[in-house]
Design a protein around this ligand. Structure first.
Ligand code: NAP
Ligand code: GLV
Length: 313
């Protein structure tokens, strides 16, 4: 019976698919991600592994004797060495689409919270410091008529643009290729940064996008603009963002991902104009169930010798 290791507790529906297919399933369970040594040890003897974005699936893991399939429990696969997988003949899959709506919803939640200063408002109430309605209390950015710049108009970027339209935001995008079917104006990054009231990041983490938003990019953003990141932490230079927020050049940020997860820069934690979430973009019951099912079905298909639906290597 082929053995599959799942590196974190997942929705039971996914485990049921694996077991119904006759696979021997082992899981890591715990609040913390599995460590490097335990991961290497646990994968030994396995034909498949279902990893999380917290697991580095590099050549050392992929070299495990008998490992044939990595069915990622996420859409972003910057943590997996696809070249090494191809070289070693290990099949890799991911979970596109089923988490798009959930992640786009969280992006809008962060956008609204940052624009309308909800963390500051919440802190004020909890401190018992609300002295009464005042015209100048906690004024924020009006979304209606503001300009949204989306970096990476893919599945999630497009879903964000659709939601943003309902709030009256005017959207432009910057991606490597034109997307004429989207009906959204494409501009270069310089223009997007210089003209957007809100910049929202939806590109994958690659060599090209690492620190795409660095000190220089932040300086080019409009004074008082808002930065939202639900893509990957290292797309932003977090120390530079802290400086830009402290100086007031960037008015607020909404962040679901961090450069050195699970740690957030201490400067961010001290700033109420930074709305922080613990990488919960896809964390709805429905999305996490569909992700578990997709990962499991990809695994079962690949181990059976069929082409898995979401093969990326
Ligand atoms: P997707 O459909 O592949 O979209 C990514 C888009 O980024 C593509 O349209 C691509 O278009 C664009 N892109 C790639 N390189 C770029 C660059 N250098 N500059 C500008 N745009 C670039 O992926 P998705 O499903 O929307 O997911 C996007 C990312 O969101 C994932 O990779 C993952 O890291 C992140 N994510 C986070 C969470 C969370 O929990 N916070 C949940 C899901 C996903 P071109 O190829 O034309 O450039
Ligand atoms: C989560 O971050 C994902 O990429 O699915």
């Amino acid at each position: 019976m082929p053995r599959v290791f799942v590196t974190q507790a997942i929705d039971p529906a996914g485990l049921a698919v694996l077991r119904d297919a006759g696979l021997d399933v082992a899981e890591h369970r715990g609040e913390r991600p599995i460590g490097r040594g335990p991961l290497l040890a646990a994968v030994k003897g396995c034909a498949g592994v279902i990893p999380m974005p917290t697991d580095r699936i590099d050549d050392a893991v992929l070299a495990t004797a008998g490992l044939r399939v990595v069915a990622h429990h996420a859409v972003g696969y910057d943590n997996i060495d696809l070249e090494a997988a191809k070289r070693r003949g290990v099949i890799v899959t991911n979970t596109p689409g089923v988490l798009t709506a959930a992640t786009a919803d969280l992006t809008l939640a962060l956008m609204l919270a940052a624009a309308r200063r909800l963390v500051e408002a919440d802190q004020l109430m909890r401190a018992g410091a609300f002295a009464g309605w005042r015209p100048l209390l906690l004024r924020g950015l009006a979304l209606d008529g503001a300009r949204l710049g989306i970096v990476g108009l893919g599945r999630i970027g497009r879903a964000v643009a659709r939601r943003a339209a309902a709030f009256g935001l005017q959207t432009v995008h910057c991606s490597r290729s034109d997307k004429p079917d989207a009906g959204i104006e494409r501009v270069d990054l310089e223009t997007l940064l210089a003209t957007s009231d809100i910049v929202s990041l939806h590109c994958p983490l690659t060599a090209e996008t690492r620190h795409l938003i660095d000190a220089a990019a932040l300086a080019r953003m409009k004074p008082g603009a808002i930065l939202i990141n639900t893509a990957r932490g290292p797309v932003v230079d977090e120390a530079a963002l802290v400086e830009a927020l402290e100086s007031g050049h960037i008015a607020a940020a909404g962040l679901d991902v961090f450069e050195d997860e699970p740690r957030a820069h201490p400067g961010l934690r001290a700033l109420p104009q930074a709305v922080l979430a613990p990488h919960i973009g896809s964390a709805t019951v429905a999305a996490r169930r569909q992700m578990a099912l997709k990962a499991a079905r990809n695994m079962v298909a690949a181990l059976a010798g069929d082409t898995p639906p979401d093969r990326i290597a």
